[in-house]
Write a protein that binds this ligand. Structure first.
Ligand code: BDP
Length: 692
C-alpha cells in the first residue's frame, strides 16, 4: 500500500458474497467504443478486487447481471424515468427485473455517462450501499470541471509538492506513460472532464508545433475518459515567436495569428478545450500593455476558438503595484465594469477569495456581481498557503464554506454555488477549476491525505451543493478502510484539520502572514519587499494600538464591493463572523471579544488552540494504528509529527512578533515562545519546494 491506487483500491468486501450475486456478469449490447470499453474494464477490475470473482461478459440479460444501456437502446421493459434530463454526462443506477431476471442497470444518454455510471456503481459498492434496490440518478451541475496544472515545460511544478510534473514532456509524444491512463481513470471517477496541462505563468513554446504534437498525444490518452485538454496561453506568444510585430489584441495580424494557431491545434486535437489566460498579473504580459481591456484580449482569443467551439478561461487574478490602497479590491474594480462585454465563449475565472488562496478568506465579491458574464470558480487544491503536503488540511470544508456563502445579490439569497450553476441563464457555459496537487510522487498528491483534496474538489465540481463530510466519508472508506470505526475517526480528523491550520497560522481573519516567496512558515514581520502588497505587515497592520485591515467605509471601502446585505453585516465588528474579524476591521488590542477575552488574549488563545488541535490530530492517528496498513500509517505519522512541530513554530514565531508590536504580556499560564523573535526571523529556506 503506497497510495498509488488512490481511492480506486477495490479491496475485498466483507459482504462479498452478497454483492456477488448482483454482479455476476457485465452485459453490453452493441459495439463498445473506447469509452464503453473503459467502463467495462473498470467494472471488471473493481468487481474482481471487491468480490474476488471476475464477472463474465455477454450481450444477453441474465440473472445478477450489470446491464449497460444507452437511451437509444434500453432493454425491453426498462423504465428509465427522467433519463433524458440527465444530459450527456448523467446516469441512472437502477435495479430492475427484466424478462424475469434481476439485474442492475447503468443507463445513460452517451458513452461518457456509462463510464461515470460505472464509477458511480463501484463507489456505491465500495462504500457499502446495498445493490438489491439501488436507485440513484446523478448528473453534473457544472459543465466544465477542470484541473489547472501549474506544470512547467521542464517538469518543475509551480506550487507543486508532489515531485515532478506527471507530464514527461521530453519523452512525449512517442512515449505515453501508463500513469496517464491512471490519471484519466482517477479523474473520470470524479467526473473531472478537462485539464489545463501547463502553468498559468506560461511559455510561448507550448504553442509551437512540436509541443502541440506532445499535447495531442496526451489528448489521445485522455479522450476515452471524457477529458479534454486545454492550454495556458501566454499573451505575447506571437510576438515572442517573432511571428507578429505586436501583441495588441486589436491588431489584425495578431487576431489572424491566433485564428491560424487555433486552426492548427484543432487539426490535431479536434476536441481541444481552449485557452486559460493569466494576463496583466504578476508581471505577465496582457492586453493592457497596449491600453486595451481584459475584454478586448479575451474576445480576440474567443473569436479564434469559436469556430471550433473552444472556450477562453480568462483569470480575474490581477493586482498592480501602482494601486497600493487595497489589493483585495482590484479584481472587482477591473472586472465589474466589463460585465456584459465578454464574448459568449469567454468565462471569467475567479479565485475563491479576493487575495490569494489563504487558509480562510471571505468569498470573492465578484461572485454574484457580474450577472452578464459566466463566472468560473478557481480553487487551489495544492496547499501553497496551508503547509504544503506536510500538514493535514482537508479542504472540503473550505470549498463548502465558499460555495454555500450567500452573496445576497438577489432577494431570497444567491449562494456562490448558485452563481456558478447559473441555472436561470440555461445556455451559458458553467464551470469550476482546481489548481492540481498532482505530481509523479507515488502518492500522486505528495501525501496520503492530500489525495482527499483532489477527491473532494472533483466531487464539488460535479455538485457544488455537495457535503464535505459525506465526501470525506466516501474517500476514507475507499482509500483507507471500510471499518466504520476507522472511517468515523479519519473523517473526524479530516473535518477539524483545516480549522486547526487557520488557528495556528492566521486566526480571526488574519491573512498572508507567510514567509516571502515560498510561503512556507511564518513571516508576519516581513515589511521590506519590492511592493507593499507583498508584505505581511500590509495585511495585518498591527501596531501598538491594534491589529487588522480596515476594509469598512472608514478604511479601504472594500466592503462596498459586496451586496448591501453582506456589507451591512460585515461593516460592524459585532456582526462580523469572528473568523473574518480582522479581515475587515482594525481593532484595538483590548477590544472585547464575545468570549469575554480581550482581542489580544483571544489571539493568543486561537494560536494555542491551533497547536492543541494539531497535537490532537497526531494523537488520534496513533489510535488508528491497528486499523491502518503499516506503510501508510507510518508515512502519515511522520507528517503529523512535522505538523505538530511546525504548528508550534507558527504559534511561537507569530506570538513573539505580535507581542513585540503590542507590548502586551502573555496571559497567565500561557507558554512563552521557545525562541526569540530574532531567531525566528533568521530561519530561511533557499530552494523551497514549489518555488522557482
Ligand atoms: C499565487 C502563487 C503564484 C501563482 C499565482 C497565480 O503564489 O505562484 O502564479 O498565485 O494564481 O498564489 O497566478
Amino acid at each position: 500500500e503506497d497510495g498509488y491506487e488512490l481511492w480506486l483500491r477495490y479491496r475485498p468486501l466483507q459482504q462479498a458474497g452478497q454483492v456477488q450475486q448482483h454482479v455476476r456478469a457485465i452485459v453490453y449490447n452493441g459495439a463498445a467504443s473506447p469509452t464503453v470499453r473503459a467502463a467495462i474494464d473498470e467494472l471488471r477490475r473493481g468487481l474482481q478486487g471487491m468480490t474476488g470473482k471476475t464477472p463474465g461478459s455477454g450481450t444477453q440479460v441474465a440473472d445478477g447481471a450489470i446491464v449497460l444501456a444507452k437511451s437509444g437502446a434500453l432493454p425491453q421493459g426498462f423504465k428509465a424515468d427522467g433519463l433524458a434530463e440527465l444530459g450527456r454526462e448523467g446516469y441512472l443506477l437502477k435495479s430492475a427485473t427484466l424478462a424475469g431476471k434481476r439485474v442492475t442497470v447503468i443507463a445513460a444518454n452517451d458513452d461518457i455517462g456509462l463510464l461515470y455510471g460505472a464509477f458511480g456503481l463501484l463507489r456505491a459498492i465500495g462504500t457499502g450501499k446495498a445493490l438489491a434496490a439501488i436507485d440513484e440518478r446523478s448528473a453534473p451541475k457544472l459543465q466544465l470541471r477542470v484541473l489547472n496544472h501549474w506544470d512547467n515545460l521542464d517538469r518543475t511544478v509551480e506550487r507543486g509538492y508532489s515531485g515532478q510534473s506527471i507530464w514527461n514532456w521530453w519523452e512525449l509524444p512517442d512515449i505515453r506513460d501508463r500513469q496517464y491512463v491512471d490519471y484519466a481513470r482517477a479523474n473520470a471517477s470524479l467526473g473531472i472532464n478537462g485539464t489545463v496541462l501547463n502553468n498559468v505563468n506560461s511559455k510561448a513554446e507550448i504553442l509551437t508545433a512540436p509541443w502541440i504534437a506532445k499535447v495531442a498525444a496526451l489528448a489521445d490518452v485522455l479522450r476515452p475518459y471524457g477529458i479534454r485538454v486545454y492550454l495556458s496561453a501566454r499573451w505575447s506568444t506571437p510576438l515572442e515567436l517573432k511571428e507578429t510585430k505586436t501583441a495588441d489584441p486589436l491588431a489584425p495580424e495578431v487576431a489572424a495569428w491566433w485564428r491560424a494557431k487555433a486552426d492548427e491545434i484543432y487539426r490535431v486535437i479536434p476536441d481541444f478545450g481552449g485557452f486559460l489566460v493569466k494576463a496583466n498579473s504578476e508581471g505577465q504580459p496582457g492586453p493592457q500593455d497596449y491600453h486595451r481591456t481584459h475584454a478586448d484580449g479575451a474576445n480576440m482569443l474567443a473569436a479564434a476558438l469559436a469556430p471550433h467551439k473552444g472556450i477562453v478561461m480568462w483569470r480575474a487574478f490581477v493586482y498592480a503595484a501602482e494601486k497600493p490602497d487595497d489589493r483585495a479590491k482590484q479584481a472587482y474594480d477591473e472586472f465589474k465594469p466589463l460585465d456584459g462585454k465578454f464574448a459568449p465563449n469567454v468565462m471569467v475565472q475567479v479565485k475563491n477569495g479576493a487575495i490569494d488562496f489563504q487558509p480562510r478568506e471571505p468569498f470573492h465579491p465578484l461572485f454574484g456581481a457580474m450577472p452578464h458574464t459566466p463566472l468560473m470558480m478557481e480553487f487551489q487544491i495544492t496547499k501553497e498557503y496551508l503547509g504544503f503536503a506536510m500538514h493535514m488540511a482537508y479542504l472540503g470544508p473550505l470549498f463548502e464554506e465558499v460555495l454555500k456563502a450567500d452573496t445576497m445579490q438577489r432577494p431570497g439569497g444567491l449562494t456562490v454555488a448558485q452563481v456558478l450553476e447559473d441555472t436561470e441563464h440555461g445556455k451559458r457555459p458553467t464551470g469550476m477549476a482546481g489548481v492540481a496537487n498532482i505530481g509523479s510522487s507515488r502518492t500522486w498528491s505528495g501525501s496520503h491525505f492530500d489525495q482527499a483534496n483532489w477527491y473532494a474538489y472533483g466531487r464539488f465540481a460535479w455538485d457544488p451543493q455537495g457535503d464535505s463530510r459525506a465526501f470525506a466519508r466516501e474517500w476514507a472508506a475507499q482509500t483507507f478502510s471500510r471499518d466504520p470505526q476507522a472511517v468515523a475517526q479519519i473523517v473526524d480528523m479530516m473535518m477539524r484539520s483545516r480549522e486547526a491550520v487557520v488557528d495556528y497560522m492566521t486566526p480571526l481573519g488574519l491573512h498572508h502572514l507567510m514567509d516571502t516567496g515560498h510561503h512556507h512558515g511564518p513571516g508576519p514581520w516581513v515589511d521590506n519587499l519590492g511592493r507593499p502588497d507583498w508584505n505581511p505587515t500590509y495585511y495585518h497592520k498591527a501596531d501598538k494600538e491594534g491589529i487588522g485591515f480596515d476594509r469598512t467605509a472608514r478604511g479601504s471601502k472594500a466592503l462596498a464591493q459586496y451586496a448591501p446585505g453582506v456589507a451591512a453585516r460585515w461593516s460592524d465588528p459585532r456582526t462580523t463572523p469572528e473568523q473574518l474579524l480582522l479581515w475587515f476591521h482594525h481593532l484595538p488590542w483590548d477590544y472585547a471579544m464575545p468570549s469575554g477575552r480581550t482581542l489580544w488574549n483571544e489571539l493568543v488563545a486561537r494560536y494555542d488552540r491551533g497547536v492543541t488541535e494539531a497535537e490532537g490530530l497526531r494523537a488520534r492517528w496513533e489510535k488508528l494504528k491497528p486499523l491502518v496498513d503499516e506503510r501508510r500509517y507510518d508515512e502519515v505519522a511522520q507528517r503529523l509529527d512535522t505538523q505538530v512541530k511546525e504548528a508550534r513554530w507558527w504559534r511561537d514565531a507569530s506570538l513573539a512578533y505580535f507581542q513585540s508590536v503590542s507590548g502586551l504580556p502573555l496571559p497567565p499560564g500561557v507558554k512563552k515562545p521557545e525562541r526569540t523573535l530574532e531567531q525566528y526571523k533568521a530561519i530561511k529556506f533557499p530552494y523551497a519546494a514549489g518555488h522557482h
